[in-house]
Write a protein that binds this ligand. Structure first.
Ligand SMILES: NC(=O)c1ccc[n+]([C@@H]2O[C@H](COP(=O)([O-])OP(=O)(O)OC[C@H]3O[C@@H](n4cnc5c(N)ncnc54)[C@H](OP(=O)(O)O)[C@@H]3O)[C@@H](O)[C@H]2O)c1
Length: 295
């Protein structure tokens, strides 16, 4: 699979990454339980198929099933650790430097490795008090010390609300950002993605398939669209078409699903750069007039 430069980190990432949430979350209605021996075997087979097919970016977190996802990653990566870029996370809210440090040590144990390539503050929305605490209350110091010790290579943060991550980008302390950005959540397009690119950060995307939200909506509102082109395909193509995005962490839970997404990613060449798409009405008018040769 193609590789993209992960900002200025020097890492080269596959545009399709494996998101680790499913290995920590049960969905009994779909017959999915990664705590059972069978579920664990399927998760390991999924991860290994991803590696065989050229996926090299893996994203997990201690909170995905209270360590279950990391523990599956650790088992699946035995003998394969150095061929992947491994990202995990840690908390920050109400966390002292010592607690952050302990969390990363516990992750390393479950992941059965001496280092992670990317450690990220696991964020939803960063309020001003969170930013202050992360930067000056101990959590960042803990990660900087772990970096000096060689236990983490790059420091990042994740956010569901990219606008709230802007002060972290501006701080210059982070090399990686994982942003919510997809077909229906495009706020990052106007600010955080540009700022992360300008700062030379590695950019990963969470929920690239919209976590199935868009697909559920069209199943109600426009079921005929699903026959025109699969909405998961369009969602993946959307994020792969934005030059500011380096890797899309897709939640997958079977080897067949990995094959489907690798085939999609490999068979796709972006027809245009979604980064250039105007998103404000004045820009949309101007672009269409330019295209019509009227300007
Ligand atoms: N704050 C944070 O740091 C944060 C938050 C959210 C997510 N993340 C990261 O982002 C990753 C992905 O998020 P996500 O799992 O919520 O959302 P997602 O990747 O947008 O969507 C996953 C869903 O898409 C389905 N799917 C994937 N490929 C498909 C295909 N080719 N055809 C049909 N369905 C397909 C999966 O189906 P099945 O259900 O059949 O497998 C699953 O339901 C997470 O695993 C995690 O690593 C981070």
């Amino acid at each position: 699979m193609e590789r993209r430069a992960f900002g200025k980190t020097g890492l080269e990432v596959s545009p399709l990454g494996l998101g680790g949430f499913p290995f920590g979350g049960r969905q009994l209605s779909a017959g999915w339980d990664p705590w059972t021996p069978e579920g664990r075997r399927t998760a390991i087979a999924t991860l290994r198929r991803a590696l065989e097919r050229g996926v090299n970016y893996l994203d997990t977190a201690p909170s995905y099933g209270d360590g279950n996802s990391e523990s599956i990653f650790g088992e699946a990566l035995q003998g394969r650790r150095d061929s992947v870029i491994l990202a995990t996370k840690c908390g920050y809210r109400n966390q002292t430097a010592e607690q952050v440090r302990e969390s990363v040590h516990a992750s390393l144990e479950r992941l059965r490795t001496d280092y992670v390539d990317v450690i990220q503050f696991h964020g939803g929305m960063y309020e001003a008090s969170d930013v202050e605490h992360v930067l000056h209350g101990g959590p960042l110091d803990a990660l900087l010390r772990l970096k000096e010790e060689g236990k983490v290579r790059f420091i990042g943060f994740t956010t569901e609300e990219p606008w709230t991550g802007r002060p972290l980008i501006a701080s210059g302390q982070f090399q990686v950002a994982q942003l919510r950005y997809n077909l229906i959540h495009q706020g990052a397009a106007l600010h955080a993605l540009n700022e992360a690119r300008n700062a030379g950060m590695g950019v990963a995307v969470m929920r690239p398939m919209t976590s199935g939200i868009f697909q559920r909506l069209i199943a109600f509102l426009a079921p005929e669209w699903q026959e025109a082109k699969d909405a998961y395909t369009v969602a993946l193509q959307f994020v792969l078409s934005d030059s500011r995005v380096h890797v899309a962490n897709v939640g997958m839970r079977s080897p067949e699903e990995v094959d489907r997404n690798v085939d999609l990613a490999e068979g796709f060449t972006a027809p245009f750069d979604v980064a250039d798409l105007p998103r404000l009405t004045a820009g949309i008018y101007r672009k269409s007039d330019e295209e019509a040769g009227l300007l």
